[in-house]
Design a protein around this ligand. Structure first.
Ligand code: 3MF
Ligand code: MG
Length: 343
């Protein structure tokens, strides 16, 4: 069965251009203005951090948070948009300096769990059952500061508390090997899927694979996707691109390695991604040099590249591919693919 594709991104993907070495270079665009940009750019879904959806949520009571999220849901409806997921933003608060679920301080761990429950409340109010966990600071700068067995058990315990809190919620881990930490505890798809097996309801724990995160781990994103698909655990993706092993670049999809992007589109399409409602998320950032008026092109461009690669994937002569595989002539297969990509 072929894939069925609809696209989504998070409000953080339209951003002011600040980086660790320089301030913002573009003015901030408020969420209501961003909301009116989605459809024009070809997107139907919105990904949220909990505080993108409900700003200042630390100073609100649970029922106030739910009320505000309900108001946001109405605004999304007015724009014909759906909420894809909510992710607790656990990496900015002072209480999560040393990690949330794996912090050495019990008060900080409790905060991380209660904040995750608020994110689940927001997901419910926005009409989605997907909670994404990018485990940003669940790791270390030095090995001796935490015990990796205890840390793993603490992440499992935190996820279990989320699964117990809401019997309908699905928890989707977004693995990343480093940045901001030196090392994180759930660096790859394999780690995330294995972790699911330790949870009380493994069927409700899956993955969000980001191309750049897989590349940073020295892995091929399409193989990571195939692995998750074999477990029926690929519940969303963050497509983008990455030029080698350096900081997380969030470049436009396909802009570094077109063939690597082609293989991601191909594996998704070959295995019917999207037929159970999965979205294609694009976690991409505009270059810092881009002027405000043209600072959303990375989003529409990434979608365009995806759709062009989809055409190429669907027009590939699979009979020829099969014959070359049967003959074990992978050099000729290599040329077939290159010629196909070159047009
Ligand atoms: C970090 C990321 C994050 C997550 C997002 C949702 C800012 O490398 O990719 O994007 O995708 O927080 O979990
Ligand atoms: Mg991401």
């Amino acid at each position: 069965m072929r894939g069925k594709f609809k696209f989504t991104f998070g409000p953080w993907n339209i951003h002011e251009g600040s980086d660790p070495f320089g301030p913002m270079v573009r003015k901030s665009i408020g969420f209501s203005e961003k909301m009116s940009m989605y459809k024009k750019l070809g997107f139907d879904g919105v990904q949220f951090h909990d505080d993108d959806a409900v700003p200042d949520l630390n100073n609100l009571k649970p029922d106030q948070i739910i009320k505000k999220a309900g108001e946001l849901k109405n605004a999304l409806n007015d724009h014909g948009l759906s909420a894809e997921f909510v992710a607790p933003r656990l990496w900015e608060d002072e209480k999560t300096i040393d990690g949330g679920y794996t912090s050495n301080d019990v008060k900080c761990r409790d905060y991380a769990i209660s904040r995750s429950k608020r994110a689940i409340d927001i997901a419910n109010a926005l009409g989605t059952d997907l909670l994404v966990l990018w485990l940003a600071r669940e790791g270390t700068y030095i090995r001796e500061s935490k015990d990796s067995k205890v840390a793993t058990e603490r992440i499992v315990s935190a996820i279990n508390q989320m699964l117990e809190y809401d019997l309908g919620i699905r928890v989707c881990i977004e693995p990343k090997p480093n940045e901001p930490m030196d090392h994180t505890y759930i660096p790859t798809t394999g780690h995330a899927i294995a972790l699911a097996q330790l949870c009380i309801d493994p069927a409700r724990v899956g993955v969000n694979i980001e191309s750049a995160h897989a590349i940073l781990a020295g892995l091929d994103p399409s193989d990571e996707m195939g692995y998750a698909l074999a477990f029926n655990k690929l519940w969303t993706v963050h497509l983008n691109d990455q030029n080698g092993l350096k900081f997380d670049q969030d470049k436009s999809f396909g802009s570094v390695d077109l063939r690597r992007a082609f293989n991601q589109v191909r594996i998704l399409d070959k295995h019917g991604y999207g037929n159970n409602g999965e979205w294609v998320g694009l976690d991409v950032k505009a270059m810092r040099t881009q002027k405000l008026e043209v600072s959303t092109k990375h989003l529409s461009n990434s979608r365009t590249i995806f759709l062009r690669l989809l055409e190429l994937s669907r027009s590939l002569d699979e009979t020829k591919v099969d014959a070359l595989i049967a003959a074990r002539d992978y050099e000729e297969l290599d040329l077939l693919i290159m010629n196909h990509l070159l047009g």
